[in-house]
Design a protein around this ligand. Sequence first.
Ligand SMILES: O=C(O)CCC(=O)C(=O)O
Length: 191
Amino acid sequence: MKELLNDDTGQLYLIENFDSNKDREVDNWFNVDSLYQDTIKLFGKEYLQPRLLRFEGDTDVSYIYSRKKYTTESWSAVSLEIRSQLKRYLDVEFNSVLINLYRDGSDSMGLHADNEPELGNCPTIASVSYGAEREIIFKENNGDRKLRVLLPHGSLLIMKGRLQHCWKHEIRKTKKPLQPRVNFTFRFINI
Ligand SMILES: O=C(O)CCC(=O)C(=O)O
């Protein structure tokens, strides 16, 4: 386990070989039709989000993310399997997962923090990645620090402590020709 940050602004750990099942075939996991391209409203105008997504979890869970309310789809087999692996590894309960599919290097996620009130104070968020390696960039809110972290296939990134309150993160577009990447971000949402 690599410790990338551990101070009063949060904790960040990377486990590069978290999922040893390297044969996971991203394409076979779900019917890609069950992932959709959502819209986002910026300055009163609607834009398509540059990635596909699916929000899964326990019934009754809903999540306001990027100012939109998501209700859960039922758990897919692969998400349940990863969640059990996380439970054994971290001993943390998660009741939902946001699945993001980045089709190629032109898909991205803008700078944000997972700091919605329903995540509570100092949430632990577990982010598992498969497929193309992408870089996640963290920027400190009240400081100049920047952390750049490569997320290889099968890796687990753990965000803890005050990280979501003191830092923001993003996945930038790249011109490199890239295969798809799927990211599973597990959260516990208070209902
Ligand atoms: O794709 C990633 O690794 C980041 C996902 C993320 O930031 C999120 O789901 O909030």
